[in-house]
Unconditional design. Sequence first.
Length: 149
Amino acid sequence: MLFKEKVHAAFLQLQSKKIAELKKVIADLSYSAANETKSTAGDKHETALAHLQTSISQAYQQLQELNNQYNLLTSLHPSSTHLQIAHGSIVTTNRNIFYISAAIGKLNIDGKTVYAMSPSSPLALKMMGKKETVSIEMNGIIHLISEVS
């Protein structure tokens, strides 16, 4: 398996894990809310139920974002190669390795730290369309592009 395919698979797995964990949190919160409705403690009951419903709503919003990122990842083709930086590229610079995909975070893959970032992030926007050996400056830091795949 090529490095790019490993990176893609690892970030898909990370997103799947985050989605599963958040679904469990939502189920637990929903269970708590259902049991809270059986209480007759008055104002305390109403406040606790409102907090639970707010937490459930926020968790559903997070789940929607995670699902959007997962769907975005599944739309990428890790077997394709790029001569210029584009959505789905792996970009190796003198400072870091970036996966232009979605703002997911970082993973250690084959002993290398890879940062998955959104194509709309400021650094990715500066990188888009660039080729190997081009330098990009961001916040006073120079990133020399050594490889694009």
